[in-house]
Design a protein around this ligand. Structure first.
Ligand code: ADP
Ligand code: MG
Length: 290
């Protein structure tokens, strides 16, 4: 059996080290000795050694890429699908969520809505899908509606609205969290509409809301802008309604009135009719349809 001896080619080894430095492969350089020892001991073949060396470097790079993309996309509070207890939310179809994690909706520039009471896991699922998208090499940006509207209003004041809109159109997946907790600032509905309109059919979004679509008029400061928003946001949409109770309060359920615990938010209305193509909004939870 042919083995590689460390003594056989110190010059070659030296050159390999220099190559690894030149190629900026620090992890491969780090594990080189160890891998060569394993070849010497006959534990791995030369082919396995190459595989291991390159694999180690790639893992390091992938880790760095993901870390930096998560930071850039403001996905700072890392949540995972593996960390989501589906047994706590029986109304939620695990397979449908896992299908979303395949990210076809990102490719198709669709909008995913997570609806439900506070604490039912909307932000967790949105973040977890964001993490999956980053791992798959997609660009993602996460922000609350208040942050997005605030940043658009600031840009408008400073005469840089166009740039800000362009910035928010860049990520392949934009996650807008916490629609409905607070009404938007005056003029905020119009600004958000400009963003939604600019991304419409060009980029995917995940929205989370504790309010039914029928209440969006209150959230966005008028039914006209709310209707225009929903027109875009329900056209190519996947609506995931979570009927269950708050995970945060799971140990204190007896303290919460029954109505507050499980009250479903109003089911989504049918998507507004558009001219041309038929709408393809698909409620994900058939039980949510009356
Ligand atoms: P929402 O956005 O719907 O208000 P969150 O997603 O922020 O709720 O959930 C509240 C907290 O409970 C978070 O820490 C989240 O990770 C956790 N959580 C919610 N649902 C689940 C679940 N089914 N399994 C595990 N953790 C959950
Ligand atoms: Mg939330």
């Amino acid at each position: 059996m042919s083995t590689v001896s460390l003594d056989a080619g110190p010059a070659t080894l030296d050159r390999i080290r220099r190559h690894l430095v030149g190629l900026k492969m620090p992890r491969a350089l780090e594990v080189l000795e160890h891998i060569l020892r394993r070849i010497e001991r006959g534990e791995i073949s030369a082919l396995e050694a190459i595989d291991s060396l390159l694999g180690e470097e790639l893992t390091l790079r992938e880790g760095r890429r993901v870390k930096s993309a998560l930071k850039m996309g403001r996905l700072l509070n890392i949540k995972t699908l593996a960390g989501f207890d589906f047994s706590f939310q029986p109304s939620l179809d695990r397979d449908r969520i896992m299908a979303l994690a395949q990210l076809d909706f990102v490719e198709r520039h669709e909008v995913v809505h997570f609806l439900g009471q506070p604490g039912c896991g909307k932000t967790h699922l949105a973040l977890a899908l964001g993490v999956e998208a980053v791992k798959a090499g997609r660009s993602v940006y996460f922000a609350t509606l208040a942050d997005i509207v605030g940043s658009l209003a600031k840009a408008e004041r400073e005469g840089t609205l166009r740039e800000r809109l362009r910035f928010l159109c860049r990520p392949q997946l934009l996650i807008v969290d916490e629609i409905g907790y607070l009404p938007v600032i005056p003029g905020g509905g119009n600004l958000f509409f400009q963003l939604v309109n600019a991304r419409y059919e060009r980029g995917a979004m995940i929205l989370t809301s504790n309010r039914g679509f029928s209440e969006w008029g209150d959230v966005f400061g008028g039914t006209v802008v709310a209707t225009a928003l929903l027109d875009r946001l329900l056209h190519h949409a996947i609506v995931v309604q979570i009927e269950g109770a708050s995970y945060r309060l799971r140990r204190h359920a007896e303290l919460i009135p029954e109505t507050t615990r499980t009250r479903p938010i109003s089911a989504p209305p049918p998507p507004p009719r558009r001219r041309g193509r038929p709408p393809k909004a698909r409620p994900i939870d058939p039980a949510a349809d009356p």
